[in-house]
Ligand binder design. Structure first.
Ligand code: HEM
Length: 413
């Protein structure tokens, strides 16, 4: 099977039952720098070209080492996504935080880190808790709902909008466009229609927000970026728009997906769920880490080799592409003994790579953990017998996301 398998095939990965873990285990053991050929059948998404082959890393240590080494394995030269990009697509990616040149990236991170520090987030916590409670208030009496959009999506959207400075009336539009952008492989979203340039639609919104923040500065992230300087210069409009687009996808899709995986996995492993419910304050934080380890919502990012290097005896040349597999790294037995066992008491679960590691590690990790704890605690204490119906997963080679999940539970009185 291994020979014919191609990670560019959306029907293989991670559609249906999730990432191909058996295959990853085989590669991790015998072929730690596996060559994935191009897939001529695979239709590239908008702004992309037919995608060249790439090397796949499946060992924890390799994924971590490469992520930390931007000088040799760059997020900038080819952008952070596995697809090969058109000139315009690459220009956009390189203007964004994930694809910036190293020095500019460091400077922008310094500008935007303050709202994500522990003390600032602690001040934000009461708002997050209040919204989590409201979300469950709205569904708790009904005994059923559609979990993904009625529950899981709302808190990350609210939080992202509040942080970036989006007004409440625009929240739904931003959430919808963020979702469609993440569903990047769904050609029906584009169909060659210029009106469906989803990024351009998000850019329109962000341009308005930039104008608002220019006129009236506040403490929001967009205001910090609009008024801040990087290497003595203001950020240009494309950089500001790309930051907004990244946040609209990264700050939403991922957290929502993890909440969905939590409900799915707790239903599959009722003994683990019983333990969580027995003492949520004690068990829920590590249960969230184990869900992130076991089912990371982002399945890969890309690096491009910036100078020739040898890895596991294979010579990699400048321009070669490297695929970092987070699901595979998170099941490496060298790091996580008995890795296919879902165990919410696993001592080192939080060492997973679901948030990446190194200079581009997720800036929202602490915030995501806070949101997930707030929302899931409301669920396990108020509607603990929540049961999923038929689950629909996104058809994607990039995100492993639950897109549809009807749930039922005993209504709260
Ligand atoms: C469960 C939730 C989340 C997961 C699994 C996740 C995953 C990731 C991963 C794997 C990266 C690393 C990219 C790389 O190394 O190339 C990343 C970066 C990033 N994430 Fe998250 N993320 C989550 C939540 C969030 C939230 C809530 C926000 C913001 C509100 C956010 C904003 C970002 C940004 C801006 C970056 C780019 C950082 C950089 O390039 O310096 N993420 N995320």
């Amino acid at each position: 099977m291994s020979e014919s398998v191609n990670l560019l095939d959306p029907d293989l990965f991670p559609h249906g039952s999730g990432p191909p873990h058996e295959l990853f285990s085989a590669w991790r053991e015998d072929d730690p720098i596996h060559w994935n050929p191009p897939n001529p059948e695979y239709p590239p998404p908008r702004d992309s070209l037919p995608t060249r082959g790439f090397y796949v890393l499946t060992r924890y240590k390799d994924v971590a080492d490469v992520s930390r080494n931007q000088r040799v394995f760059s997020s900038h030269t080819g952008g952070p996504v596995i697809w090969d990009l058109s000139a315009e697509g690459l220009q956009r990616q390189q203007a964004g935080l994930m694809g910036m040149p190293m020095d500019a990236h460091r400077a922008v991170r310094r500008l935007i880190v303050p709202p994500f520090t522990r003390s600032e987030l602690m001040a934000f916590q009461p708002q997050i808790d209040a919204v989590a409670k409201e979300i469950i208030d709205e569904v708790a009496g009904a005994g059923e709902c559609e979990f993904v959009f009625d529950v899981a999506s709302k808190l990350p959207v609210y939080t992202f909008c509040s942080l970036t400075g989006v007004s409440p009336e625009k929240r739904e539009t931003v959430a919808r466009l963020g979702n469609l952008n993440a569903d990047v492989e769904n050609v029906d979203n584009y169909a060659g229609n210029e009106e469906m340039d989803l990024a351009a639609q998000l850019f329109q919104i962000s341009t308005q927000i930039v104008a608002e923040k220019q006129a009236a500065p506040d403490k929001s992230l967009m205001s910090r970026l609009v008024h801040g300087e990087v290497e003595g210069e203001k950020l240009n409009p494309l950089q500001l728009n790309m930051f907004f687009l990244t946040m609209a996808i990264a700050g939403h899709e991922t957290t929502r997906g993890t909440a969905g995986h939590f409900i799915r996995l707790m239903n599959e492993y009722p003994d683990q769920y019983e333990l969580v419910c027995s003492d949520p304050d004690r068990y829920l934080p590590n249960a969230i880490e184990e869900v992130l380890r076991y089912a990371p919502p982002v399945t890969n990012f890309r690096r491009t080799v910036a100078e020739d290097v040898t890895l596991h005896g294979k010579e990699l040349h400048e321009g070669d592409k490297v695929y970092l597999s987070y699901p595979a790294a998170n099941r490496d037995p060298e790091m996580f003994p008995d890795p296919d066992r879902f165990d919410i008491t696993r001592e080192n679960a939080a060492r997973h790579l679901a948030f990446g590691i190194g200079p581009h590690a997720c800036i929202g990790a602490r915030l995501a953990r806070m949101q997930l704890f707030a929302l899931l605690k409301e669920i396990v204490t108020r509607i603990p017998d929540i049961r999923p119906g038929e689950i629909g997963r996104l058809r994607s080679i990039w995100f492993d996301a639950v897109m549809r999940m009807p749930v039922t539970f005993t209504p709260e009185r």
